[in-house]
Ligand binder design. Structure first.
Ligand code: HEM
Length: 289
């Protein structure tokens, strides 16, 4: 069977990010892409994606943060081409790889999101674009639903920071650069003995349901959760002299953070999309047609 041509994924990706930029008050402009790529072929797709995610809010904890992250995880392995959504066959699939642990709850949501345009306009909206559209809608909802107890900013599994709490670099000691009071709180929340993979910790303990710059304020206060983020300004980390000032800038200016976030999302969404005959619009994002 002839495969339908792949729509230029980047077109929707831009659409996503321009809306994102507008939603965040940023001033991003990119020339090469259209904001209305599906206006003719699947005009309701933006609203439909948003509606479905809204319907999942209560049932799927942290769905907004999770969907935003899926877009990033798709784009960072060989570009934004929807490969993350493929189920494994004989080989380990992307979604089964370690960095994607905890994302299992999101794939049924993606299936639902994909099913709607597949019903209304079959074979038109690509799986990569579904992830881009879902990320865009999630950020819009984060902005609108602030404070609605949706675990908006997301959470980390205890295992991701276990070493910082109990055994940094096999020293048997916690990370000395972590705020002591915060360390005690985190240890109380996830005691080492349990090593419980269900123990989840807010990425932003102060405003977990609001999309804001608080994460950077917390980093400055030595209350950042993930080592990879803490490393951006920690005096103990190589390279922090170049990233530290950016952490300071975002901590003091939410507007700067929003603008840079929007710009970064534009760049990320443009990583190696598959266009036209380079790919196919999968009917089911879990398998090739
Ligand atoms: C190389 C850069 C990055 C690293 C090393 C990194 C690492 C991590 C880690 C270790 C977690 C915790 C996972 C867990 O324990 O379950 C996490 C969570 C998360 N990350 Fe990243 N991340 C990076 C970039 C990004 C980017 C660019 C975005 C957004 C566009 C993002 C969005 C998120 C979100 C929303 C969560 C929470 C997920 C949830 O609650 O389900 N990350 N990240």
């Amino acid at each position: 069977m002839a495969r339908p041509p792949m729509p230029p994924v980047a077109a929707v990706t831009l659409c996503e990010v321009l809306t994102l930029a507008a939603a965040l008050g940023g001033g991003v402009r990119a020339q090469q892409l259209s904001t209305g790529y599906y206006d003719g072929s699947c005009p309701q797709v933006h609203d439909t994606v948003r509606l479905i995610i809204q319907q999942e809010l209560a049932a799927v904890p942290g769905v907004l943060a999770g969907l935003l992250r899926l877009h990033f995880h798709d784009c960072f392995v060989n570009g934004c081409e929807g490969s993350l959504l493929l189920d494994g066959t004989a080989k380990l699939s992307e979604k089964e790889a370690n960095p994607n642990k905890g994302t299992e709850r999101l794939y049924p949501v993606v299936d639902n999101i994909k099913a709607a345009p597949e019903d209304a306009c079959p074979g038109v909206v690509s799986c990569a674009d579904i992830l881009a559209l879902a990320a865009k809608a999630s950020v819009e909802l984060m902005r609108n639903l602030g404070g609605a107890h949706t675990y908006t900013i997301g959470r980390a599994h205890y295992q991701s920071i276990q070493d910082r709490l109990y055994n940094l670099k096999a020293t048997g000691q916690p990370d000395p650069t972590l705020d002591q009071a915060h360390l005690a709180e985190l240890r109380e929340h996830c005691p080492s003995a349990t090593s419980d993979s269900t123990c989840l910790i807010e990425l932003d303990p102060d405003t977990p349901d609001t999309f804001d710059n608080r994460y950077y304020v917390n980093l400055l206060g030595k209350r950042g959760l993930l080592r990879s983020d803490h490393a951006m300004f920690s005096a103990l980390e190589e390279g922090a002299e170049s990233t530290g000032p950016i952490v300071g800038q975002f901590a003091s200016s939410q507007a700067d953070f929003f603008q840079s976030f929007a710009t970064a999302m534009v760049r990320m969404g443009n990583i190696a999309p598959l266009t036209r005959s380079m790919g196919e619009v999968r009917r089911n994002c879990r398998v090739v047609n």
